[in-house]
Design a binder for this molecule. Structure first.
Ligand code: ATP
Ligand code: MG
Ligand code: FE
Length: 358
């Protein structure tokens, strides 16, 4: 099957054609950095307008690159949330119009499911279940990915997302926007041990995350005037690495304890088996230091490590088309009155993270 995917939930407009056999037939992407840079962050109304202008030319461009027409697609997948609602509506309404005009099924994809399944697009050997560290601009979660549409959230951030912490640090240090790549670049010529910074929640029992205190500490370090922005960047990045590794190790251990209990108590459930891999996805997974240290953690834990190529980590439409392909293969399509959603948890049953007692 050939799936057309559309992404527009934040500040990337993108269209892609992907097959259920993992062939990325075409993918196009337009960023909005120039539009948002004067404001130091994404302005929702500007983003929505830019999506309107960019999207159809990208869809037509992707089809042209592939030498295909809309008739060749078997389904049309679009991000239906979570994200900035104006942008999500632009992409979803466009997908609905195309689906209606071409008599194709619509697949409403959760953007987080796009990130969560993206490692399977690049790595055919990656099988369920796997432990996923989803680190992006708006999220920082540990998820047990048991199958398409089956996500169990083990942990989340009690305040900021990891990408948000990178973006705020970049802003504090005047490194520009978007912050993640700028902080990583500055960190390369800095000393990760130079600035004493906290490791929030490290060592606590539940594998939750917290980054707000770290960001405040970065602000104080800057105000102290004793360190270069390279040293602060390197020390900040090291603190994030230490938090992500500690929390992920904690989650691996917790899953293993739970699985061995399952095996003892309930033979049928044990069939689901142990996790097959440690996987990282989302924009922050493009960070080299984070990838390297998670790879070491996986080796220490005797698990294969899977991370998508850098361009598949940050927002793109190939991951949405792929999630569409996985859902289409499972027989999951959606009605044309499916709403756009600003908020849409992958695991609706997950209890809110408790910040208390820590
Ligand atoms: P979400 O997926 O949670 O809805 P989003 O779509 O805005 O949020 P992504 O596009 O997945 O987020 O990721 C963008 C985030 O990734 C930004 O916060 C950005 O700073 C961060 N990021 C990108 N590259 C890097 C990098 N090399 N190092 C650290 N962070 C990075
Ligand atoms: Mg972006
Ligand atoms: Fe994203």
């Amino acid at each position: 099957a050939l799936i057309l995917g559309i992404e527009s939930s934040c500040d990337e407009t993108a269209a892609a054609l992907v097959t259920d056999t993992r062939e990325i037939v075409a993918h196009r992407l337009a960023g909005q950095e120039a539009e948002h840079t004067p404001y130091g962050g994404v302005v929702p109304e500007i983003a929505a307008r830019a999506h309107v202008e960019a999207l159809m030319p990208l869809v037509e461009g992707a089809l042209a690159d592939a030498g295909k027409s809309l008739d060749d697609a078997d389904a049309i997948a679009a991000t239906a949330g979570p994200g900035l609602i104006g942008g999500v509506m632009v992409g979803l309404v466009t997908a609905k119009a195309l689906a209606l005009a071409a008599h194709k099924p619509l697949i409403a994809v959760n953007h987080l499911e796009g990130h969560a399944l993206s490692p399977r697009l690049a790595s055919p050997d990656l099988k369920f279940p796997y432990l996923l560290l989803l680190v992006s601009g708006g999220h920082c979660q540990l998820l047990l990915v048991e199958g398409v549409g089956r996500y169990r959230r083990l942990a989340t951030t009690i305040d900021d997302a990891a990408g948000e912490a990178f973006d705020k640090t970049a802003k504090l240090l005047g490194l520009g926007f978007p912050g993640g790549p700028a902080v990583e670049r500055a960190a390369r010529s800095g000393d990760p041990k130079a600035v004493p910074l906290p490791r929030p929640l490290v060592g606590t029992a539940d594998p939750h995350f917290s980054f707000a205190g770290l960001k405040s500490a970065v602000g104080r370090a800057r105000d102290a005037g004793r360190w270069s922005s390279e040293d602060i960047s390197a020390s900040f990045q090291q603190a994030v690495v230490d938090c992500l590794v500690d929390r992920t190790r904690r989650a691996i251990e917790a899953v293993r304890v739970e699985r061995s209990r399952d095996t003892l108590l309930d033979c049928a459930r044990s069939e689901r088996g142990a996790i097959r891999a440690l996987v990282v996805a989302g924009g922050v997974a493009a960070n080299g230091a984070i990838r390297t240290s998670l790879q070491q953690l996986a080796a220490e834990q005797g698990l294969p490590f899977v991370a998508p190529p850098l361009w598949l980590c940050t927002d793109n439409a190939a991951m949405i088309a792929w999630a569409g392909a996985e859902r289409f293969a499972a027989g999951l399509t959606d009605p044309l009155d499916t709403p756009a959603r600003a908020r849409w948890p992958l695991d609706p049953d997950a209890a809110p993270a408790r910040g208390a007692g820590v």
